[in-house]
Design a protein. Structure first.
Length: 287
């Protein structure tokens, strides 16, 4: 598994200096294993900075809050003067509830149907546009401490909302589409059929073999022949990676996501592969 590509900092300093603080939005992506940010020029609809740091091993509670703050300071994000912000938390502690059945009074009950509350967590819920459902999820108190110390009334979201909302609203062709959103030690499977969500799941993995097993097992559960399956990859995976090589061995066709975004990238950020950092580059669209 390749993780070296996940440590990235690209900032177009000249363009950033030309952005008024009132026109600068800061997007943050956080997990127990990493920290990422993106700087978005609202006036020109353009990203002028992006960064991601993989921690290497999971952090929790005070250690997590400390590391998030260190990464925030190390990248001088406070000095940008941003006035708007959002944060996405990456985890598997979420459940989807159909909109017709959702009542905020019972949000905790919905969550406990599939998961259990942990100490030092706060419950959140959010509507996922295009899906007709609510996401009910938790974030750790350490993350709330970080938000209070470093951000300005951020919109707090679960990472699955960014993925589902943007993919569903982008408009999908007829038939079945399978998306694999890849990050350092976890990935998401999204299956869309005729524009409607058929399946969403989130998996941890250690090796490319683990990744492939979960993908093929999902095919089996849905009755899909892998040799007829076309899969689209998003996220931090390279064409020369072991993961990509194994996937192409078992699946009919594997391609990289080719976005048609309504935003642009500065020249410096344009050096990145187009399928990288989906959560960061599509976060503002959900705010």
């Amino acid at each position: 598994m390749q993780t070296d590509t996940l440590d990235t900092v690209l900032i177009d300093k000249e363009m950033l200096m030309g952005v008024k603080p009132s026109n600068l939005h800061l997007s943050i992506e956080a997990s127990d294993e990493g920290f990422g940010f993106a700087l978005f020029d609202l006036l020109n609809n353009r990203y002028v900075g992006i960064g991601y740091r993989n921690f290497g091993s999971p952090l929790h509670d005070a250690a997590l809050a400390k590391r998030l703050s260190e990464e925030f300071d190390k990248n001088h994000l406070h000095e940008t003067g941003f006035t708007k912000s959002s944060l996405v938390w990456v985890s598997n502690r979420t459940t989807l509830v159909p909109e017709a059945l959702f009542d905020e009074k019972y949000a905790n009950d919905y969550f406990n149907l599939n998961l259990s509350n942990h100490q030092h967590e706060t419950l959140y819920y959010e509507r996922v546009k295009g899906l007709g459902a609510y996401n009910v999820f938790t974030i750790p108190e350490a993350l709330e401490d970080f938000c209070s110390a470093k951000l300005k009334n951020p919109a707090v979201m679960h990472h699955s909302r960014i993925l589902l909302e943007n993919l569903l609203l982008a408009g999908n062709p007829k038939g079945r589409q399978v998306y694999l959103h890849v990050q350092a030690k976890h990935f998401d499977i999204v299956v869309v059929e005729d524009g409607a969500l058929l399946l969403y799941n989130h998996y941890q993995y250690i090796s490319a073999e683990d990744f492939t097993y979960h993908t093929l097992n999902t095919c089996k559960q849905l009755g899909i022949d892998p040799q007829t399956l076309e899969v689209t990859l998003l996220g931090e995976v390279e064409p020369d990676s072991t993961l990509f090589a194994i996937l192409t061995k078992y699946l009919y066709k594997v391609t990289f996501y080719a976005p048609t975004p309504d935003y642009s990238l500065s020249l410096e950020l344009g050096k990145l592969p187009h399928h990288f950092y989906y959560n960061l580059l599509n976060q503002y669209a959900c705010v």
